[in-house]
Ligand binder design. Structure first.
Ligand code: PMP
Length: 362
């Protein structure tokens, strides 16, 4: 489609064109029912089929072992920052966190409202430009869990491997890199992600939860904030965000058609590699502030010599069909978000533009 932008938005972000086209095809009349999927009961057989299939597809694609639930919740990943300590941070225990950037910081702050928090490792002194070494992670013996943010969307730093936490449950916020690469899900007691980067549109938060986490949970917290309730009701305690879940269903089928996560990972490395190469081969014209061993394949952050030149860069990209390259307002600079659905051609176009911009301004 000729007039689709080169979309590098950080989230909500690019969706696969094929998914949008399929949704367009089905929006007025879903599979011969004479209505859209948005116009029927969430307890209808037609919707339940989509709901359950979406869970199954995710289990298959992500390799989720038996003994885990897939829940579809609302309130974004931000609500998980509170639900995790509300449900799991029992008195006398501490919530342990690896502090890797702005999103981990928010998770820590929220947990502090409910109980005691320990920082197991931090890269704050490095301005979050490096994920701590696994050997630096110090897990408090009374930890209720260890929480990591697998990809820091704002700074552009990503875990390349995950710590072994022994009997301490490992919980990961994978909002900005879920399904970007294969992961050994069995290492985790919980993985969660707001959908609006790699999974679909905003409105649904996917929670993958090991069933042994559901024992002895407090019954005094609001019903809608209890994992146990959503688990018992297959995420149909109340009306779920049906259209968002339907879109996740289409995105999962698209991932399957790509060939699964090994192929997706290879594509992501190639795509981000084009842009990191443009940075590394620029002789310092572009600077990637993140330590090479922690570079994200999803959010590529970079700087130019000064803010003037960065403004000029943004302006020219906008004139050339690129969208979303401005860094997060809290850190400035530039950021290209290259999620699963961002085509290779967009990344190639950006790398070419970067080389050309350098020639003209270097
Ligand atoms: N965690 C990470 C890593 C994120 O990137 C974001 C959103 N950008 C959030 C949490 C918050 O997600 P939500 O807006 O769905 O609450």
């Amino acid at each position: 489609m000729g007039n689709r932008a080169y979309n590098f938005n950080a989230g909500p972000a690019a969706l696969p064109l094929e998914v949008l086209q399929k949704a367009q095809e089905e929006i007025v009349e879903f599979k011969g029912i004479g209505m859209s999927i948005m116009e029927i009961s969430h307890r209808s057989a037609e919707y339940e089929q989509v709901h359950n299939e979406t869970q199954q597809l995710l289990k298959q694609i992500f390799g989720i072992p038996d003994g885990y639930q897939v829940q579809f919740l609302q309130g974004g990943a931000s609500t998980q920052f509170a639900m995790i300590p509300m449900n799991f941070l029992k008195q006398g225990k501490v919530g342990s966190y690896v502090l890797t950037g702005a999103w981990a910081e928010k998770a820590v702050q929220e947990a502090g409202l409910f109980g005691e928090v320990a920082i197991a490792a931090s890269s704050k002194e490095q301005k979050f430009m490096k994920i701590p070494e696994l050997s630096e992670i110090n897990i408090h013996p009374d930890s209720a869990y260890l929480h990591v943010t697998s990809n820091e969307t704002i700074e552009g730093a990503q875990f390349q491997s995950y710590p072994d936490t022994g009997s301490v449950p490992l919980i990961a916020d994978m909002s900005s890199d879920i399904l970007s690469r294969p992961v050994d899900v069995s290492k985790f007691s919980m993985i969660y992600a707001g959908a609006q980067k790699n999974l679909g549109p905003s409105g649904v938060t996917v929670v993958i939860l090991k069933e042994d986490m559901l024992q002895d949970l407090p019954k005094t917290i609001p019903t809608m904030l209890r994992y146990e309730i959503h688990g018992k009701n297959n995420s149909l305690y109340n009306t779920p965000p049906v259209y968002s879940i339907y879109m996740v269903n289409l995105v999962l089928k698209w991932i399957q058609e790509q060939g699964g996560l090994a192929v997706v990972e290879k594509n992501n490395l190639e795509k981000s590699g084009l842009i990191y190469n443009a940075i590394d081969q620029s002789g310092g014209f572009y600077r990637g502030p993140v330590d090479k061993g922690s570079r994200s394949t999803m959010n590529i952050t970079f700087r130019l010599a000064d803010e003037e030149l960065e403004k000029k860069f943004i302006k020219e990209t906008e004139q050339n069909g690129f969208v979303g390259l401005k860094g997060h307002r809290s850190v400035g600079g530039l950021r290209a978000s290259t999620y699963n659905a961002v085509p290779y051609a967009s990344c190639k176009a950006l790398a070419d533009f970067m080389n050309d911009f350098q020639k003209r301004n270097g």
